[in-house]
Write a protein that binds this ligand. Structure first.
Ligand SMILES: Cc1ncc(COP(=O)(O)O)c(C=O)c1O
Length: 406
């Protein structure tokens, strides 16, 4: 990775280990920014901290001009620690407690309210300068049903016909600065889809702006930009996505007289997924009717395959050129039969002591990891743009598992 040997990293830091390329983070940020800004220079980006909340990584992203989208108080703290100013943080929690909302209010952090009720319960304490509500645009898309976050039955946001009451209430309560938000699903590789949902939110914003007489400072179309996980998948055409989204954005702003609000985006996966490789060690291989490569990387570290049946490309890092292949499943140390990070793949014939590499491990990996079966969580290393490696999170120990026992 960027001149550093991943096998060398496994040896130096031990496994399981997440190794991230700073260079790739910077490239991803720059591609996204430049493509959108080329077509609409009032585009603004808030990195979705939930995707990977290591503040050392957030600070690399913040240096590229990104703010932060936080879903919890701790995520606000990580963003602040990484150097993101309160004015560049958006708080988009889901069913958050009043005390969490108040935390954002006390720091005048803009809130994307998930519901009118959330807004009402905070209003007796005051209001942030900027108020936004989350729209359920009526449809969404995602790689798996579990990551579709809009449409009938979704637990997020408000239907468009309930939005105007919310904005009216905010306006009557003295709020003067407004945004509108949506997040309709994750890991989508189709540019046309992003244009279609952008049209939906602008239709909602346009009608509300007219009927209530408010201006929108920003329209936040959420995240969702996908990355290819399978070898046969094509990457999202980001140039086309930017062209189509900004075209519909500008057209609808013109049609409804919305002026030139910021086109806000909250990408997560697109920025960080392909920057990171997860390394593990093969403990033991079992060959009966099926072959299991048993490693120290399981669903406790990489939950996505067990949670959604997600695919991650896996390699035996010290046998990349081997032609001696066999069909095998890669499993971890966890006592669940769903603990398989790759099923029935053609892989080099592995042995104990081999090192596995799991690709696209930057998004929703450490953040979804757990200590299940009392397994401490892995360490994280950053390969700096200069090629030097740096430990950015130490490995947990058994003592860390005791640390909350009173
Ligand atoms: C509110 C919100 N914004 C942004 C994102 C980031 O999504 P993605 O990683 O698909 O870009 C998420 C992810 O679930 C989210 O819930």
């Amino acid at each position: 990775m960027d001149g550093a040997s991943l096998l060398g990293m496994a040896k130096k830091y031990g496994t399981p280990l997440l190794v991230t390329s700073e260079k790739r983070i910077v490239e991803n940020c720059r591609i996204l920014r430049s493509e959108f800004i080329k077509y609409y220079d009032n585009t603004s980006f808030k990195y979705a901290v939930k995707t990977n909340s290591n503040p050392k990584l957030i600070s690399v992203i913040a240096n590229e001009g990104f703010g932060a989208d936080a879903s919890s108080v701790a995520e606000i703290s990580f963003a602040r620690y990484a150097g993101v100013k309160n004015s560049n943080i958006l708080f988009s929690p889901n069913y958050a407690s009043v005390s969490e909302l108040k935390y954002a209010l006390d720091r005048n952090i803009a809130i994307n309210f998930d519901d009118i009720g959330q807004f009402q319960s905070l209003s007796k304490y005051g209001m942030p300068d900027v108020v936004s509500f989350r729209l359920n645009p009526g449809f969404g898309r995602g790689e798996f049903p579990g990551i579709v976050t809009a449409g009938p039955g979704a637990k997020f946001g408000m239907p468009s016909d309930k939005m105007s009451r919310a904005y009216k209430m905010a306006k009557d309560g003295g709020v003067k600065r407004f945004g509108m938000h949506m997040m309709a699903g994750s890991n989508v590789l189709d540019p046309e889809y992003f244009a279609a949902i952008t049209a939906r939110i602008l239709d909602a914003a346009g009608k509300i702006s007219k009927s209530i007489g408010i201006d929108f400072e920003f329209i936040d179309i959420g995240g969702g930009l996908g990355v290819p996980y399978r070898p046969n998948e094509k990457p999202l055409d980001i140039e086309r996505t930017a062209r189509l989204v900004t075209k519909v954005f500008k057209e609808k702003c013109g049609e409804y007289g919305l002026g030139e609000p910021a086109l806000m985006m909250e990408p997560g996966r697109y920025i960080i997924a392909d920057t990171t490789v997860l390394l593990g060690t093969v403990n033991h291989v079992k060959r009966y009717s099926r072959t299991f490569i048993g490693t120290d990387v399981g669903m406790n570290i990489l939950l996505r395959p067990a949670l959604y049946n997600a695919y991650h490309e896996v390699a035996i890092a010290n046998r990349m050129d081997s032609k001696n292949l066999e069909k095998a499943s890669v499993t971890g140390e966890i006592c669940e039969n769903t603990d398989m990070i790759a099923k029935d793949r053609m892989l080099p014939r592995a042995e104990g002591g081999d090192i596995i590499a799991v690709f696209n491990s930057g998004a929703y990996v450490y953040g979804m990891s757990s200590q299940y079966n009392s397994r401490p969580r892995p360490a994280e290393v950053l390969i700096r743009s200069c090629g030097k490696d740096k430990l950015i999170r130490r490995r947990e120990t058994t003592l860390d598992l005791f640390s909350t026992i009173v």
